[in-house]
Design a protein around this ligand. Structure first.
Ligand code: CUA
Length: 152
């Protein structure tokens, strides 16, 4: 009879552990679910449909596209405002040198490279304000380069 009790207890413990791990992976915030790349003429961002006006666009019921330009020393637009419980694809490029684009405290991370477009798809859940940091050394203002992602 004791063996069965121990077996039952072990199963409960294992299930509790799996529950914790799963919850940790899908917990509140912003989670990166996909990434890809394309290109852009770095000298003609102002004539490019995507980047002439950095912005967030709604493209489906819960789907958004954000066009983000990094520069010495900031991000456009700031803040990037997206709704909770949505899927957002961020298209990130740079107007000058290589920068990083990291949504602090989340798995969302990309490079901002002149001539390249990093495309990362994230899923948002609860309303939260995130800082965006540059994690590539990009010059004298690197340490003050920051943006905001507001999930509303
Ligand atoms: Cu931009 Cu460091």
């Amino acid at each position: 009879a004791y063996e069965k009790l121990w077996l039952a207890l072990s199963i409960v413990l294992i299930l509790a552990l799996i529950g914790t791990v799963t919850y940790g992976a899908v917990g509140p915030g912003v989670a990166m679910v996909a990434d890809s790349q394309s290109t852009v003429d770095p000298g003609a961002l102002d004539e490019d449909d995507r980047f002439s006006e950095p912005r967030v666009e709604q493209v489906g019921e819960n789907e958004y596209e954000a066009y983000v330009v990094a520069y010495q020393f900031g991000f456009e637009p700031t803040p990037i405002v997206v709704p909770a419980n949505s899927t957002v694809t961020l298209h990130v490029t740079s107007r000058d040198v290589i920068h990083g684009f990291e949504v602090a405290g989340t798995s969302a991370n990309a490079m901002a490279v002149p001539g390249e477009v990093s495309e990362i798809t994230v899923e948002t859940d609860e309303p939260t304000e995130y800082g965006i940091v540059c994690n590539e050394y990009c010059g004298a203002g690197h340490h003050v380069m920051e943006g905001k992602l507001n999930v509303v």
